[in-house]
Design a protein around this ligand. Structure first.
Ligand code: ZN
Length: 167
């Protein structure tokens, strides 16, 4: 976790607070840890298991992290859109993708402010910020403060949690 300017951190946490208010204080659970009734698109664990591959399920529903450089989307440079592999919500656009050198597809912003939710990640003691699909609650990856301008953000996303559609 890189050091972050406290002002940016405060802004990020402020955004979480606003989202929590807007969503009924319901943004503090990931994947299947989240109680039902929070998201527009929800399935039972059995339905998710049937819908997703084992690796997709591990990331989207159990917040696992794929091996770096394992996703073909890491090297994808064509114009197009990236949708949540769980529910089809378009969460990132190729126009905002950059090569972070980390081995995971990286974006400096989501397609819109409300399609990707963020919260302190409880699995690592709240020391990093989790990014999740705001439509289905699926775990996507993490957001760091060492990205390029204009946002300074780096959304470090598991490629297996994304479906790419070339423009
Ligand atoms: Zn989703």
């Amino acid at each position: 976790m890189p050091d972050a300017p406290s002002s940016r951190r405060a802004l990020l946490l402020g955004g979480v607070g606003l989202a929590a208010v807007a969503g009924g204080a319901a943004w503090w659970w990931a994947g299947r840890d989240r109680p039902a009734g929070l998201f527009e698109f929800e399935l039972s664990d059995a339905e998710w298991e049937a819908r997703l591959s084992e690796a997709e399920y591990a990331v989207l529903r159990l917040s696992a992290t794929e091996e770096p450089f394992s996703s073909p989307l890491n090297d994808e440079t064509r114009a197009g859109s990236y949708a949540c592999a769980g529910c089809g919500n378009v969460v990132y656009d190729a126009a905002h993708k950059f090569d972070s050198g980390t081995g995971w597809p990286s974006f400096w912003q989501a397609t819109a402010g409300d399609v990707v939710g963020v919260r302190p990640d409880p699995k690592i003691l709240g020391l990093a910020t989790e990014a999740f699909c705001a439509r289905c609650g699926g775990h996507l990856g993490h957001v760091f403060d060492d990205g390029p301008e204009p946002t300074g953000q780096r959304h470090c996303i598991n490629g297996i949690a994304l479906d790419f559609a070339a423009a």
